[in-house]
Write a protein that binds this ligand. Structure first.
Ligand SMILES: O=C(O)c1cccc(C(=O)CC[C@H]2O[C@@H](n3cnc4c(=O)[nH]cnc43)[C@H](O)[C@@H]2O)c1
Length: 226
């Protein structure tokens, strides 16, 4: 039989390079499983739900926390490249409708909420612990989009709609929605690889972001145990 601690956590990353960075950071900590979500909210939701369902079929296998972790784009002047953003809230920023008066979120349309609350005390503690690493850390909403932002106009309208947002990525809301449906608390962390705005892939600092992701995950065990 597989004996697992009841406080086991599930960490979902989009791609293998992120998964490896998370595993390097966790080191010898054996209270976490790190699984691949794939890219985008649909793949992330399906992969997370499948992982949670599989775990629920094993005695004592259920997870007590789900974490969406990886690299992401940072909003200028809030989260620079190589910095970290810990989510205070996870927002599906493009889930809604365009109208003549601008974007209307699913909440305005009467189809539920585009926002999922995080395990706030734990996420605030993680952000606090990360500040001791010397890395710059922003605690604020993280946006989930199916399409990476590629213009100044879109970046501006996102920050107007979601003041205080620090980062965007493509999986958080999918991971969080699966966790919500299983009744499990969620966190999201993004290490910033690029500035949100006009696409300049050659300027992405993926290595720095993966290193920051590793450092952030090295702090997670002590935060979970505190
Ligand atoms: O090319 C590589 O070596 C490499 C290594 C690790 C990760 C990648 C990715 O491209 C990951 C895709 C993943 O990153 C998130 N992301 C990053 N920047 C943004 C952004 O500006 N807007 C939205 N998402 C972003 C996203 O979650 C992707 O799934 C490549």
């Amino acid at each position: 039989m597989n004996h697992r601690s009841p406080s086991r956590i599930l960490i979902m990353t989009a791609v293998e390079a992120e998964q490896q960075a998370v595993l390097r950071g966790l080191g010898s900590y054996d209270g976490a499983d790190v699984q691949l979500a794939g890219v985008g909210p649909a793949s992330a939701a399906a992969a997370t739900a499948a992982a949670l369902a599989r775990a629920g079929q094993v005695a004592d296998g259920a997870y007590s926390l789900v974490v969406s972790a990886g690299i992401g784009g940072g909003f200028a002047e809030v989260a620079g490249m190589g910095s970290l953003v810990v989510a205070s809230e996870i927002i599906a920023a493009d889930l809604g409708a365009e109208t003549p008066d601008g974007f209307a979120g699913v909440d305005k349309l009467g189809f539920g909420s585009p926002r999922i609350a995080v395990a706030d005390k734990l996420s605030a503690r993680w952000a606090e612990a990360l500040r001791t690493t010397g890395l710059s850390v922003h605690y604020g909403p993280i946006l989930t989009l199916s399409t990476v932002t590629g213009t100044v106009d879109t970046a501006r309208s996102l920050i107007e709609r979601y003041p205080g947002a620090g980062a965007e990525a493509m999986e958080g809301f999918g991971v969080a929605e699966a966790a919500r449906q299983f009744g499990i608390p969620v966190l999201e962390l993004r290490a910033i690889s690029n500035a949100i705005g006009p696409r300049q892939r050659e300027l992405w600092k993926i290595g720095d972001a993966l290193q920051a992701l590793e450092q952030a995950c090295a702090k997670l065990p002590e935060v979970l145990l505190s």
